[in-house]
Design a protein around this ligand. Sequence first.
Ligand code: DAH
Length: 339
Amino acid sequence: MIDKIKELIEEAEAFTTQSKEEVEAFRIKYLGSKGLLKAYFAEFKNVANEQKKEFGQTINQLKKTAEDKVNALKEELESKEETKSVYGDLSRPGEPIEIGARHPISIVKNQIIDIFSRIGFNVSEGPEIEDDWHNFTALNLPEYHPARDMQDTFFIQTDPDILLRTHTSSVQVRYMENNKPPIRTISPGRVFRNEAISARSHCFFHQVEGLYIDKDVSFADLKQTLQYFTTEMFGKSKIRLRPSYFPFTEPSAEVDVYWGLETETDYKMTKGTGWLEIMGCGMVDPNVLENCGIDSKTYSGFAFGMGIDRIALLLHQISDIRLLSENDVRFLEQFKSAL
Ligand code: DAH
């Protein structure tokens, strides 16, 4: 009988499984209330006295082996389950990774930055919460100047000195205050105006400001730069400058690019004229240079400002400006193939 028990010990030691049910069956077989050990312990009284010691030791050894085995297997299976719940099923094939899309505003902004960086413009930024000086006064728009009404302003609480910038021209001022000419910089950013939200206008949108200050900068340089830009951006080199008014530039102009009238969309986009207005520009007013600590007798320069949203709507045939800020994935996903 002792030999039989020793066999069982070996068997128990060798036992292994991945299934909880089999561990339980093993436990019942050896340690259960009707199990082998119970039977052998009951047998103890019938064992000859001189064998009692060895018999006792052997069944105790079997008991310990079986108990250890059950505990070890349970622990092993439980720890496996834990790993499973943390990592899921590691043998499953991976989920395909969804590729994101750049926002149309970013696409257009990056294109503009790229085009101007090729002719030596760097990128500068300024705060969206501005003070009156940088957004208005330094730009030749003193208090009570009627042109302030052109831009419905959001003021911060009760302090009329602090506002949400209405244009990125404020960055011009900051840049000139902090840098000496020659200056070649473009400043993209978000701007805010207290306007009713509709398909065509929003209370926040995006602009890129351009500024070039050096000795002997002329209007011809401005026109050449704009022509380079429209050619690179739209593939159209025919532009016209219409006289206009901005307090911070003199003379000022509105830039139209000749889009053409080849398709029905061209007709729609240009309202049948073939021309599209894309930005405002001009020679920086000497007052603005002086306000920013630049000697207007030595230096001159040009500036321009354009709306990124407008260009994005045009280029991607988007009919409603609100789509640009609604974050509807079905809309955004369409730009996956763009830059
Ligand atoms: N700040 C103007 C606006 O928001 C755009 C603009 C026009 C900027 C002419 C300029 C400029 O720098 O020279 O409508």
